[in-house]
Design a protein around this ligand. Sequence first.
Ligand code: 5AD
Ligand code: SF4
Length: 479
Amino acid sequence: MLKHVNIKPSYIDAKRRTKEEVKILTDEYIMTNELKKLGLGKKYHIITYGCQGNVRDSETISAILEDMSFTSTENIEDADLILLNTCAIRENAHNKVFGMLGRIKHLKMTNPNIITVLCGCMAQEESVVEEIEKNYKWMDLVFGTHNIQNLPRLLSQAMELNELIIEVFSKEGDIVENLPVKRESKYKAFVNIMYGCDKFCTYCIVPFTRGKQRSRKEEDILKEIDGLIKKGYKEVTLLGQNVNAYGKDLSDGSSMSKLLEDVAKTKIERIRFVTSHPWDFTDEMIDVIAKYDNIMPYIHLPLQSGSNNILKLMGRRYTKEEYLTLAKKIREKIPNVCITTDIIVGFPGETREDFNETLQVVDEVKYDGAFTFIYSPRENTPAAKMDDNIPFEEKQQRLYELNELVNKYSNNSNNKLLEKIVPVLIEGVSSKGKDIYFGYTDTMKLVNVKCGSEDLGKIINVVIKDAKSWSLNGEKVNE
Ligand code: 5AD
Ligand code: SF4
């Protein structure tokens, strides 16, 4: 029988940042003949919470499970293995996962052979792992964001030993190359360009759950994109918590503007990137985006707050004025650009005046869309220790007001497209009716399009006939 010593997360280690060199590991993924047969006859079901980074991780987890002969099922009731890839960004993400664990417990009670697994950002939290050890002991495996490559060994241990296996590292993190991937789409792909984050915004748990900022080597990124082009992919989204800082940790002259330009030269048809931090957004980047037609005119530029007092408390390292100058420059230099944002309301100490300044920035930038959140304290972050004296009703009221304003501008932005012809990458069948497919414009707007199955995977011209708050309707233009 295999021995296992549980390794649990540590807040102190997760906070640490040293000068230690990041290792690029290429031979970490070990798949023996025995492990290859472990899932024979068994089905897996993955539920993914949170951001695109998690979606991309789940694509690797799927590929690993299929390497082990598991097959996928859409139906959780049919699954022999249920895996939750979790998000820790706000409390409601937490609550959803614990709610789901309640449901999974019932399935496990009726069939104790079901293997239950939790991974992702919540697994990196000390308090979550303590809670699982205390109240969810029936679970089989918890692993973290730094050791997906160990899944085959961990699963075989979990299946052999009848006990809860925990392996979570709170180290700063390496870069693991050569992991398999089973992509959800045949047309568009997520490509990690960097992992982790060193910004330590005071409200944010990500620097603790994802480790230090580590950029992949440009040659590895370009190799991955070349492989995607050969397979017929039309679109890549370059992923990172803070993509504009790409390359700053490499000291080989790498930068986001150079990477964007080199990716543009591969001639892949569409390039997107998320998420940008206003602080690292250079003029060179704006010029490169404006210069290449295959870099999409869509910038997600988190504001978080429009008040300099709050930005300072958040540790965002830019002022409202600097942000506005940047947004103006982007609008001026990139034709037809759409700018979206993230905003938090009710941060500790946010006064009505602070909030009004946020509304003013929204009025000025006229965002094409925005994700808005009520501040949620995250354990062990600096903001969680700040005095938070705003009543919850007041926070809800601010969110409501902000959403009203944001919706006004996003509706305007959608309405501007009425009767216009826009390029849309057709990705799949829409649930909206017969011969209706869905896809996204260059500016990342969802469109339901009347066209045919021969258009799947193609970028076609669409005339917009109807604009809703969250989507557009259109028809293919027959050329
Ligand atoms: N509370 C509320 N929203 C948060 N975000 C990050 N941390 C928190 C938090 N503690 C938001 C930010 C970020 C987006 C991904 O989630 O707006 O840009
Ligand atoms: Fe969190 Fe700030 Fe890093 Fe974004 S930049 S992941 S908000 S710490």
